[in-house]
Ligand binder design. Sequence first.
Ligand code: SF4
Length: 340
Amino acid sequence: MDSKKSDETKNRSLTDQLTRCACCPRKCQVNRLEGKTGFCGVGADVQVSHVGLHFGEEPPISGTKGSGTIFFSGCNLRCVFCQNHQISQEFKKGRTQTLTSNQLALEMLRLQDKGAHNINFVSPSHVIFQMAEAILLAREKGLSLPVVYNSGGYDSVDALRQIHGLVDIYLPDIKYLDNELGKRFSGVEDYADIVPGVLMEMLDQVGHLKTDEDGIAMGGLLVRHLVLPGCLDNSQKCLRFLAGLSSNIHVSLMSQYSPQYKACNYPEINRTLTAEEYDEIQNYALDLGLENAFVQELESYDHYLPDFERESPFTTDLSVPGVSAPGEGSKKGKRHKALV
Ligand code: SF4
């Protein structure tokens, strides 16, 4: 079978599976091709809330020219503190664009023309097969950039195996290794049971993070962990798991939590992280030998807060909005640094 035919076959078999959706571990089994929606609230066509160059990711992802972010609407988690809640959980109220796979492929090519270092799909778990279809189309049309899969970590291992070879850089979260926290804060019963297998599969597919001579990521795995106030046992458990996978694993230890959205209803997380808490977790990572870690400035929590009602959702030094708008990527978010 020639490669084009094999791509077409893969493409067709992937989207056919939307008839009984099990794209993510929720396994809603709804027929999205007939317009039904499950927990994520998204049908067969993808909905996109924002496309643009973004400078607030970790240095190997944003680089100097920006990461070509495509923010999908909807999510398969319901995090009470979600800083993207306008597009993840309330997207029907806001501005969102419905795109076919072909239109999504064209957006990727426009980001490439704008000089992006990569194509960065944000929250792709519930549209993984539509994303895959668009990547195949974009590659046919000349996309040569690395593709980043930037998820909350609640992914289907089976679906990830089916798109093997299409993603170059995995950028997942590990939010919890405690199902009680997952239930309380993200509306999910089994996050802690699912995420270890997901991270193992991702590492297996792409290996450790690899960068070019300028420090720009070309492939591999970078795992994010958002440190929640008062939940240091959970953070330590997550870090122990990551160190057990490999002490060479690349980790981004994020301090940017602030009590957004519904978090004010949860007194235990209705505050920002203290310097002592963040120091403790950084030292714990070092004690475990996790030296490939990025950390953030603690005061940076409000710097990253987006507002998707604006044309440019991020602060001006983090974002160049809309691929159709002029704007060059000469600015760089400088809020991340290496742990050692
Ligand atoms: S992708 Fe959406 S419809 Fe499909 S299983 Fe997950 S939550 Fe349900």
